[in-house]
Design a protein around this ligand. Structure first.
Ligand code: 5AD
Length: 375
């Protein structure tokens, strides 16, 4: 079992030859534990309304110039049909923390999708109440994603400001993930890589926490500065990062010590996280995320899949809404149709000699990996 010190060692490693060993180790582990199938999860960005004010996110409540949208139930069902037509096993429904999508709407949406299509459903709707989570699970939702973003509590609080009109206090996401698991969901989490103020030790603690939580799904990507957000507008003042954007009290919205050993939000650092995550959670589902594609194109996605990842999440959101779900700038696939995004995903899979997974592609346990279909 890889130790905390070894995780730190690899996060610090710079030599390309040594890193090749890490990539090979992770890829071999991925192959042995979950096989060569790449699971496709159709992503539906349900709403870009959000009550929160996370300092890094382009759809934060204070970002007034974004046009806000909500999909109708009919539009969601069209996305679900596409997912089924493309033979995806899972639909991932993601949104800002939008309470207009209340318990009843989401419950009906889940029931309608389940009644029509053989899809597993993953929800990614933020911090909601336990009773909502229970109802949605009863209605047929299978998995829940809630990134904890960073295991450094001080940094978490610095980038997730609390105000009465933005949902009040953030909950203890580690406790929430445990609750979600008890309810019966497969649970997913993850972090951003290269948050200002994040240290290499923080990142090693993040990976160690993935292991402690025994996560079923782990999605991570580089932090990508959005110019319209407080974290996208920083200056360094001595040993501190200070935002040029002010909060409602007229103070810099972010002020945090520069880490002694900062994490750089590069794809290489992200691949180290994918590889180490595969080693600590060998049977987890790990996507090569949109943020990696945004930084490194198809090569980025393919490298992710050869360094620990085994999942792609092609976007199914109707094209007219995609660019509005701008959590960071120039998000990959913002101007494509679902068909184009789908074809690119298949090309990426073929290019690295793997095959699309069949069925829901839930968390593997024991020795149940999928073999390449014989033709
Ligand atoms: N850069 C990178 N990732 C971001 N996310 C939100 N904003 C950014 C950004 N500027 C990530 C968060 C969130 C997920 C949906 O997108 O980790 O949980």
């Amino acid at each position: 079992m890889i130790t905390f010190e070894e995780i730190l060692y690899w996060l610090r490693e710079k030599s390309p030859e040594r890193l090749n060993e890490l990539w090979r180790w992770a890829d071999r582990t991925r192959q042995e534990q979950v096989g060569d199938a790449i699971h496709l999860r159709g992503l539906v960005e349900l709403s870009n309304h959000c009550r929160r004010n996370c300092l890094y996110c382009g759809i934060r409540a204070s970002h007034k110039t974004v046009s806000r949208y909500r999909l109708t139930l009919e539009e969601v069902l069209e996305c679900a049909k596409k997912a089924a037509d493309f033979h995806y096993g899972t639909l991932v429904i993601q949104a800002g923390e939008d309470l207009k999508f209340d318990e009843a709407f989401i419950t009906e949406m889940i029931r309608e999708i389940k009644a029509r299509y053989p899809l597993a459903i993953t929800l990614s709707l933020g911090e909601r109440s336990e009773s909502e989570w229970i109802r949605w699970h009863e209605a047929g939702a299978n998995r829940y994603l809630l990134r904890f973003e960073t295991s450094n509590n001080l940094l978490f609080r610095a980038i997730h400001p609390v105000s009465p009109d933005s949902g009040g206090r953030f909950g203890d996401r580690i406790a929430m993930l445990k609750t979600l698991r008890e309810i019966g969901y497969e649970i997913g989490s993850g972090v951003m890589i290269g948050i200002p103020g994040q240290s290499v030790t923080d990142l090693a603690c993040d990976i160690d926490l993935f292991r402690q939580l025994d996560l079923d799904m782990i999605g991570c990507g580089p932090f990508l500065p959005h110019p319209e957000t407080p974290l996208g507008n920083l200056r360094q003042d001595g040993n501190e990062w200070v935002s040029r954007i002010l909060d409602q009290n007229g103070l810099p919205a972010f002020r945090f010590p520069v880490a002694e050993e900062p994490v750089t939000g590069t794809n290489e650092m992200t691949f180290k996280v994918y590889a180490l995550t595969r080693l600590v959670c060998p049977q987890a589902n790990i996507p090569s995320t949109t943020a990696v594609v945004t930084l490194g194109g198809k090569e980025g996605r393919q490298n992710g899949l050869c360094r620990g990842a085994n999942v792609i999440m092609p976007n199914l959101t109707p094209t007219k809404y995609r660019a509005l779900y701008e959590i960071y700038p120039d998000k990959s696939a913002s101007f494509e149709s679902a068909e184009e995004t789908h074809q690119k995903a298949l090309e990426n899979i073929r290019a690295i000699g793997r095959f699309p997974g069949s069925g829901p592609g839930g968390r593997v346990r024991g020795d149940q990996k999928e073999e390449m279909p014989k033709i």
